[in-house]
Design a binder for this molecule. Structure first.
Ligand SMILES: *Cc1c(COP(=O)(O)O)cnc(C)c1O
Length: 226
């Protein structure tokens, strides 16, 4: 199992590198987050044996079951929707939360971070495509949330934006979604916000996302299957 995972990780790394070069970007500016939701501890150990990859989980509860079984230095990212009543364990266990999507969640994270005496790194999740089934703020709601965090959440550091593109057969179809997130980020930078990160791109579409400026790609299926 480990040699197959290693080969897939290497292949993904080469594809990220090629996509970055096509866009004139530095491949080192793109971080691969290995998405381990639904995967076994043995599979996750095989990933970590290949290198110190950051891991992405989409549910707090599932992550809490895995975290004690893996090395304490493992870096975990929360990539799925976060309920306010899970703010405390989220703050305690995750290096970054990719799914900040409301004032109320920001307030809950701020209170949890105060109680835990920590700071939280977060990305704001944006529903660029406007699909009703997706979490995330409409693009126009992002700056108001950034203003709320700047004013009243001194323990939250918003580091960028995250989006999920619709699942389509041809990833070129979703290029405008990734470009839209980058353009929104660039407008917010021009307005004075410090937002270095764009978390976008999954198994089906990560090369297009890298071409459009992704700094973090979240990949599960291509690591564990195929
Ligand atoms: C599952 C998941 C991914 C990874 O998807 P794959 O298609 O398996 O690469 C990325 N981001 C989020 C938010 C996910 O839930």
């Amino acid at each position: 199992m480990e040699s197959e995972i290693r080969e897939r990780l290497e292949r993904i790394g080469r594809r990220i590198e090629a996509a970055a070069r096509r866009a004139g970007r530095d491949p080192a500016a793109v971080q691969l987050i290995v998405v381990t939701k639904t995967r076994s501890i043995e599979q996750i150990r095989a990933v970590l044996a290949c290198g110190p990859y950051a891991l992405g989980e989409n549910r707090v509860q599932e992550a809490l079951e895995k975290i004690p079984l893996l090395p304490p230095e493992t870096v975990w990212h929360l990539i799925g929707h976060l309920q306010r009543n899970k703010a405390k364990p989220a703050v305690r266990h995750f290096a970054m939360i990719h799914s900040l999507d409301s004032d109320r969640l920001a307030e809950a994270l701020q209170r949890a971070a105060e109680a835990e005496e920590r700071a939280v790194e977060a990305l704001i999740e944006v529903n660029v495509s406007g699909e009703a089934s997706k979490f995330g703020l409409a693009p126009a709601q992002v700056e108001p949330l950034l203003a709320v965090v700047a004013k009243s959440c001194d323990r939250i550091r918003v580091r960028g934006l995250m989006t999920m593109a619709p699942l389509v057969a041809d990833p070129e179809t979703v290029r405008p979604v990734f470009r839209g997130l980058r353009e929104l980020r660039d407008r917010l930078i021009a307005a004075g916000y410090d937002l270095p990160h764009l978390s976008m791109g999954m198994t089906n579409d990560f090369e297009v996302a890298v071409e459009e400026g992704a700094t973090m790609v979240r990949i599960g299926t291509a690591v564990f299957e195929g």
